[in-house]
Design a protein around this ligand. Structure first.
Ligand code: FES
Length: 344
């Protein structure tokens, strides 16, 4: 890790990489007693204080626009952690910014599907227009531009988010118009979800503080109608074709009879079990891999006795060898195999 200009606190912000941290601007709003009280309010939500670190980082970011050395120090003091520990977390997640952020954070998905459908062209156009590279902020402080990995909205590709709100199915011209509106101080409504605030406002929401002034206003804003057509396209197509997914078996019930031969689902062959136990045994036996098998075993009616603790016998279809039977007085111990060199 390279030495940084400025204080030791600056080093803490960078964590394990060598990215430079800009010295705090002279007009950076200070963290106040109010910030500390809100941090303690967050801590009180969790059984373990350190669990509050992520929302606390959003909180300090909401005051100062990025996670400053002062923000790291506040989190460390309130949680009894070292600044290095806080810095290691703050530098791991891309939502915590290490440099002053613009009023709006514009993220362009350039991951596979969005890129194929024009995401990279959008990023390149905005980058050229604004004169910014990834993670840089316009001189007027209006926009920070970044490219993003998959934003979990591939059905709306290519997507752009502003302060994490979605603007779906963008192209170069619509993205240019969106950014121009943001720079004029407008807040175009996202395609779906809550209305746009700004980067500090959404950071405050992510810290768990309401921006809407009451439950009714919040519900009205967040539950606003959005376009979900692309998400439903597969469902609609399946309905047109009369296709349906096979029903999920309920724990404790035998798998539904689909009419297909189930040569991989065989009864255990043991007697004296209830039909539910037989069915659960069959599901364990039919599991294709250890993870499926563990899941099926968890749903077994007598998992505590049969699957949770070894009982010394092999279950059909499992890979675990039976536990060794204890030696008895009539059973001679198994001799050691002979050594290749003939010595005892
Ligand atoms: S690839 Fe862009 S949202 Fe998934």
């Amino acid at each position: 890790m390279s030495a940084l200009p400025g204080s030791a606190e600056g080093t803490a912000v960078t964590g394990l990489d060598s990215s430079p941290v800009q010295p705090p601007a002279a007009d950076l709003p200070p963290l106040t007693e109010q910030t500390r009280l809100e941090a303690r309010e967050i801590i009180a939500r969790y059984p373990q204080p350190r669990s509050a670190l992520l929302p606390m980082l959003h909180l300090v970011q909401s005051y100062q626009g990025y996670v400053t050395p002062q923000g790291v120090a506040l989190c460390a003091e309130e949680l009894g952690l070292t600044k290095a520990e806080v810095g290691a977390v703050a530098t791991f997640y891309t939502m915590y910014k290490r440099r002053p952020t613009g009023r709006h954070l514009v993220s362009v998905c350039t991951n596979t599907l969005c890129s194929v459908l024009g995401g990279q062209r959008i990023f390149d156009a905005l980058s050229t227009d604004l004169g910014l590279h990834h993670d840089e902020t316009a001189a007027d402080g209006s926009i920070t531009l970044e490219h993003a990995e998959c934003l979990a909205a591939c059905d709306y590709a290519p997507v752009v988010t502003v302060d994490y709100e979605f603007y779906d199915q963008q192209d170069v011209e619509s993205a240019r118009a969106l950014v121009a509106a943001l720079r004029r101080g407008e807040k175009p409504h996202p395609t779906r979800g809550a209305p746009l605030t700004d980067f500090r406002g959404v950071s405050r929401q992510l810290a768990g503080f309401d921006q809407y002034g009451g439950d009714g206003a919040r519900a009205a804003a967040v539950d606003a109608e959005g376009a979900i057509d692309p998400t439903l396209a597969g469902l609609r197509l399946a309905a047109e074709r009369g296709e349906a997914a096979p029903p999920m078996p309920h724990p404790g019930q035998p798998p539904a009879d689909t009419g297909e031969p189930r040569e991989t689902v065989a009864p255990s062959g043991r007697t004296g079990e209830t039909p539910e136990e037989e069915a659960a045994d069959a599901r364990v036996a039919a599991a294709d891999n250890p993870a499926e098998r563990a899941g099926a075993a968890q749903a077994h009616p007598d998992k505590g006795a049969e699957y949770g603790q070894p009982r010394g016998r092999q279950r059909a279809g499992t890979e675990n060898p039976p536990a060794a039977e204890p030696a008895t007085g009539t059973t001679p111990p198994t001799p050691n195999p002979p050594r290749a060199d003939g010595k005892a």
